[in-house]
Design a protein around this ligand. Structure first.
Ligand SMILES: Nc1nc2c(ncn2[C@@H]2O[C@H](COP(=O)(O)OP(=O)(O)OP(=O)(O)O)[C@@H](O)[C@H]2O)c(=O)[nH]1
Ligand SMILES: [Mg+2]
Length: 445
């Protein structure tokens, strides 16, 4: 993601003192240039950025603060495509129709399902149309994903023409008052005339509000070129950059919009359904500069945490009554927030930590599998009242979970200190302001 870029920006900024001279500025700009190129930002975009930053710093006075502010404001300008949409934009008259396009394996289907879930969490009714009739298992893949995540799918059994499915899906979206229709389409290994014709037919018939191109972050400049060809043929209104979690350099996210003149709308940051984030320039820049992004964090949290439940929980924590059942419930909701690593970059001051940790997989991490085994070996009463756990009970739990008593003790100790910490934190201002921001975010949906 942005680790390499964040680090490089910091090292460039550190080349300057509070007030500094010409030579130091040259040095800082050179460091910045190398860093951007190393992170795979397109060379023309790098050049453009450097000219803008140099000009602005000279005007305002050479120094660390002006340099930092100038990087931020110019980066934002480069990322923002004038007059085009950001994030998800609803059509004036529902349903908003979005055509999802791209090469084979680029992440179209995954992104379609993630986007449907993103909108569902924000209270929208979304229908997905299964219009990839090329790959045999494509409809089956969608059926499974939609069932697993409680999303609505439209398909026609044994229909061979994507256009027929799409038209029927649009009818259904209109008559059943869906807010959004997402159309998943077939991919090809490379651009070919047949694929383009199929997509053009879909476009002519559906008159979509948006045509998204799904670009695989790992495909680098090739991917940008392909996106350009799709744009010439179809007119793309936005790009979703998938598999951004696998791209340690991150430069492609910074230059793709500028190179194509099409805004980057979302980034895919993992394989799970929650791993999709809106790409909003000022928020992304703030994350890149290590300043966090509390607005996105609050928004994400507000979509999965019910206000009343949150209050109840914080009362419980304050009274020291947080128990193992609460812990399991919390773990399930945290999973809905998506990649932990990405969440860390949203918390001011923790972006450094994010670059050092491996992403925590809440389903498969050894530690969490053990913890779940321990909790499931407890009686309902024990789960409600952690204080009941004496040595005899601990022994029984260890046996039931196939663990040693040392491990059980260690977990209980950790649980105890976490509950204490939460209690301390719940009385502090930080928690209150996060709650306030969540309420604000809720009102905006
Ligand atoms: N790590 C990671 N993997 C992703 C992401 N998005 C998609 N993938 C994986 O990429 C692979 C291909 O994704 P699909 O969504 O099936 O791609 P597609 O474009 O629909 O492929 P076709 O239907 O064959 O054209 C799957 O294994 C996904 O799990 C992402 O943001 N991060
Ligand atoms: Mg697909």
């Amino acid at each position: 993601m942005f680790e390499v870029i964040s680090e490089s920006f910091k090292s460039a900024v550190n080349k300057l003192r509070f007030v500094d001279d010409e030579k130091a500025l040259k040095n800082a700009l050179e460091t910045l240039k190398k860093a951007l190129l190393k992170a795979d930002v397109y060379h023309k975009v790098v050049k453009e950025l450097l000219v803008l930053i140099e000009e602005e710093v000279r005007k305002n006075g050479i120094g660390q603060k002006h340099f930092l502010n100038s990087i931020k404001s110019n980066l934002e300008n480069v990322l923002r495509i004038k007059g085009s949409n950001q994030g998800f934009v609803f059509a004036q008259k529902p349903p908003t129709v979005v055509l999802m396009t791209g090469l084979q394996g680029g992440g179209k289907t995954t992104s379609t399902v993630k986007l449907a879930n993103y909108l569902k969490l924000r209270g929208k009714r979304v229908l997905i149309a299964a219009c990839d009739l090329q790959r045999l298992a494509a409809v089956e893949q969608l059926k499974q994903l939609c069932e697993l995540n409680e999303l609505e799918l439209f398909w026609l059994e044994s229909e061979k023409k994507p256009l027929k499915v799409a038209q029927a899906a649009l009818q259904k979206a209109k008559s059943s008052l869906f807010d959004v229709l997402l159309v998943d389409t077939a991919g090809r290994l490379a651009i070919d005339a047949m694929l383009m014709d199929e997509l053009k037919d879909l476009k002519d018939s559906l008159q979509p509000d948006e045509i998204f191109y799904i670009a695989d972050a790992m495909s680098g400049q090739d991917g940008v070129k392909t996106a350009g060809s799709f744009n010439e043929a179809l007119g793309i209104s936005g790009v979703i950059l998938s598999k951004f979690d696998a791209d340690t350099k991150g430069g492609i996210a910074l230059s793709i919009a500028r190179q194509l003149g099409i805004p980057l709308r979302f980034i895919g940051v993992g394989e799970k359904i929650a791993d999709l984030e809106a790409f909003l320039p000022e928020r992304i820049v703030s994350r890149i500069m290590g300043e966090g992004d509390l607005a996105t964090l609050a928004e994400k949290t507000a979509t999965i945490i019910d206000e009343k439940e949150a209050k109840k929980l914080s009362q419980k924590i304050k009274k020291g009554e947080f128990n193992f059942n609460d812990f399991l419930v919390q773990m399930e909701s945290v999973k809905k927030l998506g990649s932990m690593k990405s969440l860390l970059t949203m918390i001011p001051g923790l972006s450094n930590v994010a670059s050092q940790v491996k992403d925590l997989d809440l389903d498969n991490s050894k530690e969490i599998v053990r913890i779940k085994a321990m909790i499931s070996s407890m009686t309902p009463k024990e789960r409600e009242m952690p204080s009941l756990l004496n040595n005899a009970r601990k022994r029984r739990i260890a046996q039931g979970a196939g663990l040693s008593q040392v491990e059980v003790n260690r977990f209980l100790k950790q649980f105890g200190s976490a509950a204490k910490l939460a209690r301390k934190f719940s009385g502090q201002k930080g928690m209150e302001s996060l709650m306030q921001m969540m309420n604000q975010a809720r009102k905006q949906f």
